[in-house]
Design a protein around this ligand. Structure first.
Ligand code: IMP
Length: 419
């Protein structure tokens, strides 16, 4: 009975929510291990579309869902999400780690204000306070869920608000002044409601693994947004990679059995930063419109381009991937020819490795494959799509175990289950 990590292999928005939901059918526990309200995991169930930002995507199969210490939590968003799910008839059996850090109202304000001062060098963050919350965590002045529920936050919140006000006034020179009384009142409101959800997440997960139950670790964002291994500084402030699951859930690496990489059939990116296969033409337009490539959290149009297998090879190395889930294959319908990047020309050299520090200087080397009009004939993939998948497998050395051919659960081909 395995422990499986589901991780994004590109710049996020690969459709991890759908894959986690699909695999959750046979899971006992699903745990989110990093990120915060910058994530937006979309799950389509019948006529209903759910967009989850904090609650793990496994919630719809009635599993126990957990939020690990690596996640940063905006209590307002989390409590609303729980209420919305409950009012839609979803049973939310959630345990939240007391060690997780809390996004307080000054974090999004600082996030937006720091972005403004960067000018042209802006990262284009989601402005949900993610960076400043992780900054406070590392600087050892953060507020944890434990502090909220034990009501041990007041002195530190007062100190943090004083500090934030000074940064806003003297460093960033924006007119914003935070009202500490209001923030303390919000903390007090959240405290009692969160109390019912707090538990020892690492102990729950480790006992589950001991009892040989199926545990799914759900990553948010993705490999190329990883603070250590992504396209720094155009990254998020956490570790979405598989290694981050051990830290953010509190389990040892020897406990992990499989790492499933979610890979979109093409590439997208929101925000600034290098993107070798980006398309600024009709094909890019087709991908954005057909794939509905607009941010779940911010509504921003996503940059679109061809599939880049150099990226997937790098993701395979960094995460120790054991197989792939290929998503949104149907979005390629109607394109006469398809390109796949199989290497880069970098500083005059042809290479199949990825110089992550200088990705902006990489020119893609493409191969061209035949496109298709109709992806499925009955429940069988067309021969051109099979060839596209075979090329991915050949170039990455990974088997494509899941293929997503549309947004619904039924639009999924499972060639080999992770369980
Ligand atoms: P932050 O995580 O809000 O600090 O944003 C840092 C970078 O990561 C920005 O380029 C965001 O657009 C990007 N980002 C953050 N979360 C996601 C996500 O869930 N999907 C795609 N991009 C994301």
């Amino acid at each position: 009975m395995p422990a499986v990590i589901v991780v994004g292999t590109q710049w996020g928005d690969e459709g991890k929510g759908k894959i986690v939901d699909y695999c959750s059918k046979h899971a006992d526990f699903v745990i989110r291990y990093q990120g915060g309200t910058n994530a937006g995991h979309t799950i389509v169930l019948g006529e209903k579309v759910f967009k989850l930002r904090l609650v793990p995507s496994g919630v719809f199969y009635g599993n126990r869902v957990l939020i690990g210490s690596g996640v940063v939590i905006d209590p307002e968003v989390l409590l609303k999400e729980i209420d919305d799910l409950t009012s839609n008839g979803v049973d939310v059996s959630l345990v939240v780690s007391g060690k997780a850090h809390v996004i307080l109202p000054y974090h999004p304000i600082l996030d937006g204000s720091w972005e403004k001062t960067r000018g042209k060098g802006e990262i284009d963050t989601t402005k949900r306070g993610i960076g400043p919350t992780y900054t406070d965590k590392i600087a050892r002045r953060g507020i944890r869920v434990f502090d909220l529920v034990n009501k041990t936050y007041e002195e530190r919140v007062r100190w943090n608000v004083r500090l934030a006000n000074r940064i806003l006034q003297y460093v960033l020179q924006v007119g914003h002044k935070l009202d500490v009384k209001e923030i303390l009142q919000q903390c007090s409101n959240w405290s009692d409601r969160l109390l019912g959800y707090v538990g020892n997440v690492s102990e729950v997960i480790n006992s589950a693994l001991q009892e040989k139950q199926n545990v799914l670790f759900e990553g948010a964002q993705a490999t190329f947004l990883d603070i250590d291994h992504g396209t720094y500084p155009y990254v998020t402030s956490s570790n979405p990679i598989a290694g981050g699951a051990c830290v953010g859930a509190g389990v040892g690496p020897t406990r992990i059995d499989k790492v499933l990489g979610v890979c979109k059939a093409y590439t997208t990116r929101v925000g600034k930063g290098p993107f070798p296969t980006e398309l600024d033409d009709d094909v890019g337009f087709h991908l954005r419109e057909t794939g509905r490539e607009f941010g779940t959290v911010t509504g921003r149009p996503r940059r679109c381009g061809w599939l880049d297998l150099n990226m997937i090879r790098y993701a395979s190395m960094i995460n120790g991937l054991t197989s792939l889930a290929l998503t949104k294959l149907d979005v390629l319908n109607g394109l006469e020819h398809l390109k796949i990047c199989v290497g880069y020309r970098w500083r005059g050299l042809d290479t199949t490795s990825l110089p992550i520090h200088d990705m902006g200087s990489c020119e893609p080397i493409y191969i061209e494959l035949e496109g298709w009009e109709t992806l499925l004939h009955g429940d069988k993939l067309c021969s051109e799509a099979k060839a596209y998948i075979a090329k991915i497998e050949e170039e990455t050395g990974l088997s494509v175990d899941y293929i997503s051919t549309g947004p619904k659960r039924v639009d999924t081909i499972c060639r080999r289950s992770v369980w």
